[in-house]
Structures are given as structure tokens and as C-alpha cells.
Ligand binder design. Structure first.
Ligand SMILES: [Zn+2]
Length: 174
């Protein structure tokens, strides 16, 4: 059996229920976690493993997959994780355990190989060939914007997805 098959045989849905308090059986929880800890290579989580252990994509445009809450105690201290604000952090034993849709506010960036997106065109002002998409949170949600590090051009102002930001930038005239 591959690790993913072993993980699947542990019945993640059941584990999740244990941890969100639907069931309360502490010794079972510990047994499951111990078994899982041996099966997950946290430094090398593939998309297949991420899905098997119930990691969820933060949003459609990001490649951040969030850890489900039940993993909180077995995420290795020192692991490099990414927050929902796209900050890179090192996991400690006192991370925030807030959840959203059953997941922690931290996860890993996992590349999906066959998800090609439109390439960014050079900056129309200074011809910089490598502008980049930046994302930041405001009260009403996440804003995606293309930014040129050379001349400081940026835009559009209100794209709610990376794809929209790229499309708008690529159609931009001076
Ligand atoms: Zn520029």
C-alpha cells in the first residue's frame, strides 16, 4: 500500500468528526494521530497526500492548501508554512488555532502542475519583463494586483482573482 492508500484507510472524515467535537474519544484521537504522523512527510506533501489528509485550498487563485484543524498537534515544529495572508512562517507550538471551514489559517503552497495561467505581459511603462501579482487582504476580501518593481506601476484596483488581475494588466494601455 502507498502512504496515500494507508491514509485513506484511516478514514479522515471520521477523524475530523472526532476533532470537531462530534465525538469525544481522546485515546482514539491519539492513536489516529500517531498513525498519521508516521505516514505524512510534512516536508514533501504532494497534492495527492494533501487531498487525502483533508487539506483544503484557501481560494481558487492561490496554491495554498490549508491544514485541517485535527493536524494541529502533529505539524512538526520548525516546518515552514504559509499563512492565508501569504506570509511564510515557521511552525511553533503556540500558533493561532483559529479555524475557517474546518481548517487552520496556515498551510503549504502546493503546485498543481497542469494549471497553466496566462503569462503576464511586460510593464507598458518601463518594459520590465517580470512584473508580479501581489495579493493583500482588505476588510471586504482579497485584492489581486499586478505590480512592477522597477517603475512602481500597479493595477487594476479591484480584482478579486489572480486571473482577473492578469487579464486586466495584459489588456492595459499606458
Ligand atoms: Zn514598470
Amino acid at each position: 500500500m502507498t502512504n496515500v492508500e494507508k491514509i485513506n484507510s484511516l478514514n479522515i472524515k471520521y477523524i475530523n468528526n472526532l476533532f470537531i467535537g462530534v465525538m469525544n474519544r481522546d485515546s482514539l484521537k491519539q492513536d489516529y494521530l500517531k498513525a498519521l504522523k508516521d505516514l505524512i512527510d510534512f516536508n514533501n506533501i504532494t497534492l495527492e497526500v494533501a487531498k487525502a489528509i483533508g487539506m483544503k485550498k484557501w481560494d481558487d487563485d492561490s496554491d495554498i492548501y490549508l491544514f485541517p484543524y485535527y493536524l494541529y498537534t502533529i505539524i512538526p515544529i520548525g516546518l515552514k508554512v504559509t499563512s492565508i495572508f501569504d506570509e511564510e512562517l515557521v511552525w511553533t507550538d503556540h500558533m493561532d488555532d483559529d479555524t475557517r471551514f474546518g481548517c487552520l489559517a496556515f498551510g503549504l503552497k502546493i503546485k498543481e502542475e497542469n494549471n497553466m495561467e496566462e503569462e503576464l505581459k511586460p510593464c507598458p511603462f518601463c518594459k520590465n519583463k517580470s512584473p508580479r501579482v501581489i495579493r493583500y487582504g482588505i476588510e471586504s476580501g482579497i485584492i489581486n494586483q499586478v505590480h512592477c518593481d522597477i517603475c512602481g506601476a500597479s493595477g487594476p484596483d479591484h480584482a478579486d482573482s489572480k486571473e482577473k488581475a492578469i487579464n486586466a494588466w495584459n489588456r492595459r494601455e499606458k
